[in-house]
Design a protein. Sequence first.
Length: 212
Amino acid sequence: MGTTSKVCSVILRSGELVSAAIVAGIVGRYLYFLSSAHAHASSRIIYAIVIAGISILASLILFPPLKYSFYFFVLDFALWICWMVAFGLLCNLTISGGCNSYWYWNYWGYYWGRYWHTIPHVSITQSVVGTVGCSEWRVVLAFSFVAGWVWFTSGILGIYVCTQYSDMRSFDNRMQTTSSMKRWWRKSNRGAGRTKETTESATHPITNQEQV
């Protein structure tokens, strides 16, 4: 687990935190407008802000580039999938019409522009709403997409670090085993040499006496 991996982890966690905070901030403001107008919130909008909240909490917990944060790569991939689902659901609301789609001006644009104060919802038209809040909507889509791929990259980094750490531990264990075997072999050789010297010194006097 080198310095480069730690730096990359901090950068990626920062991207996750910032992306989720932007989505949560914009969607949260929109939900505030809905609450003020006593309107119903789309389940897709609720899903997006829930995923953003979970991502903020997870990125803060995993922000320190410690060993445990790299082992949560499964969570990284899970949140990647969740963000891609959120991105797909949000994009599907406007389909190919974008800020000119019926859902946009009848729902997001109407409440984002706070037209409920002056115009009843049944009387609203596209020409009145226009593209109010379009930039904020596009930011939500963009950072939902970015957040997903940042989490995916964190997962890849986690797998890489865990694999490298496992290989290093295996190498260290092999080196320790080899060193232990070498020490044992040297002690065995020294012990065998001493036994041989003792045996020779014990048999030499007997040989001399026999010669006399």
